[in-house]
Write a protein that binds this ligand. Structure first.
Ligand code: DLL
Length: 433
């Protein structure tokens, strides 16, 4: 039987949800206008005032903001309340440019943890579960978010954070953990290590995993489910909007329900900024509806995906987003062709490889080159050159038909590609170095 954490909201009728969103949007826009001079200026430049926003149908009138604005306004420029009311900050890893710092009041933290509690409940979690949180703790939102959600559900929470893989496995075994929360790449690594230790899926007490923070393919889901003997659920979120739990998967495992009572989604064309109809692929844009410390109106996520209001068998009425294909800024343009790393992953896993790969892009003699390095699994490992060449050729053909592009494939020995304990780094684009 499907369980809900906040059934009246997760399963609300469309009319109830729209009425709630209308009311909250009007309030949130007024809050931003009154308290965030940076955004008020953008509204003034566009000639919009809070009076113009009476319902969600008026959303399109508001200006959009992006990571650029967050960096411009760093650290306090988008703060929506007195710093004295704030109890927490979290931050992105900031690999490019300045870090993004998000602020939280106690109510913001509660709301965020409730979103994570909805996700854990949708994955079957109850107060009888032991939930191991192996996302990083600290400035990254993964650990703290799922930790808070796990407490709210009443699970016995094991805050291992990421890393120290053998100790993770020891806790899973000794404390009989039933739910694992971590990135999909770390879940794959934990699975690989458990297999090496001779543990079969029935000897692993886990029943569910809540994996997100990076793009991962359906093929990778299947592999993780088989190795760990679990059901693997996707979870999505971003620091700017609070963290994990913006959306989460249910028993149907076909896209993530957006907590649209808190985060109003739109899909836009990233080039023209035009709002696209439901079912179109485009960039996801979110408007927060309840945030006090860090409210964001029409925030461009850069994530490319599709929204769907198709009826879900779990009973939730919350709109769903398909698995994000990747970020528009992760998309590689190779000899003019758009390539998402997730497409390459799909091919590799379909040919029986594990998700231990690296994509190296370079430019030689003014032509882009794509080199996919992938590990052979221990079962396929061989030093028979003919066999290796055949495997490489098969993969080159598979990639050609998926991408329409000729790639070089290099098969490497098992365990030569570095494993990730957090978000995996799959692409090295030497053209940018
Ligand atoms: O990754 C929050 C999070 C933690 C989500 C734990 C899920 C689980 P950031 O570090 O700010 O926050 O990165 C946000 O990661 O814009 C997406 O590009 C990507 N991302 C997050 N979840 C998914 C997912 C956290 N399930 C950025 N599938 C987002 C694909 C995801 N991409």
């Amino acid at each position: 039987m499907e369980r809900y954490y906040q059934e009246e909201l997760e399963c609300a009728s469309r009319e109830t949800m729209v009425a709630l969103q209308n009311e909250k949007l009007v309030k949130q826009v007024k809050h931003v206008w009154d308290n965030v001079p940076y955004y008020r200026k953008l509204m003034e430049e566009k000639g919009v005032t809070p009076d113009d926003i009476q319902s969600i149908d008026d959303l399109y009138k508001l200006p959009m903001i992006s990571k650029y604005d967050l960096r411009e306004a760093y650290p306090y420029g988008l703060l929506g309340c007195d710093l004295k009311k704030c109890v927490r900050i979290q931050s992105t890893s900031g690999t490019t440019g300045k870090r993004v710092v998000a602020f939280y009041t106690q109510d913001d933290v509660d709301l965020w943890e409730e979103c994570c509690a909805r996700a854990i409940t949708a994955a079957g979690g109850t107060n009888e579960d032991v939930c191991q949180v192996s996302y990083g703790y600290g400035l990254f939102t993964g650990g703290p978010g799922l930790n808070g959600g796990s407490h709210k559900v009443g699970c016995l929470t094991i805050p291992t954070s990421s890393g120290n893989t053998d100790r993770q496995i020891m806790f899973i075994q000794d404390l009989q953990a039933t739910i694992l929360c971590c990135t999909p790449s770390y879940a794959a690594y934990l699975g690989e290590r458990m297999k090496e230790m001779g543990l079969s899926p029935d000897e692993i007490p886990l029943k569910a995993g809540i994996f997100g923070a990076e793009a991962w393919s359906e093929e990778m889901r299947r592999d993780i489910e088989n190795t760990l003997g679990i059901k693997a659920f996707d979870i999505y979120g971003l620091t700017e909007l609070s963290g994990p739990g913006v959306s989460f998967e249910c028993s149907e495992q076909s896209g993530m329900h957006i907590n649209e009572d808190h985060f109003l989604p739109e899909i836009i064309d990233p080039d023209t900024l035009e709002v696209l109809p439901e079912g179109s692929e485009g960039e996801l844009v979110f408007t927060s509806l309840d945030k006090e410390a860090f409210p964001l109106l029409r925030y461009r996520t850069r994530d490319i995906c599709v929204l769907s209001r198709e009826k879900c068998s779990c009973g939730r009425t919350l709109i769903k987003m398909k698995k994000p294909k990747g970020r528009s800024d992760d998309m590689l343009i190779i000899r003019g062709v758009n390539v998402f790393p997730s497409q390459i992953e799909t091919v590799l896993l379909n040919y029986g490889y594990a998700a231990n790969y690296q994509i190296i892009v370079d430019r030689k003699n003014n032509t882009d080159t794509l080199d996919v390095q992938v590990e052979m699994t221990p079962e396929m490992f061989t030093d028979n050159l003919g066999e290796i060449e055949k495997r490489q050729k098969d993969l080159i053909d598979g990639l050609k038909s998926m991408l329409g592009l000729k790639a070089k494939v290099t098969l490497v020995a098992p365990k030569t590609i570095t494993r990730s304990e957090g978000k995996a780094v799959r692409v090295i684009d030497k053209r940018k170095i």
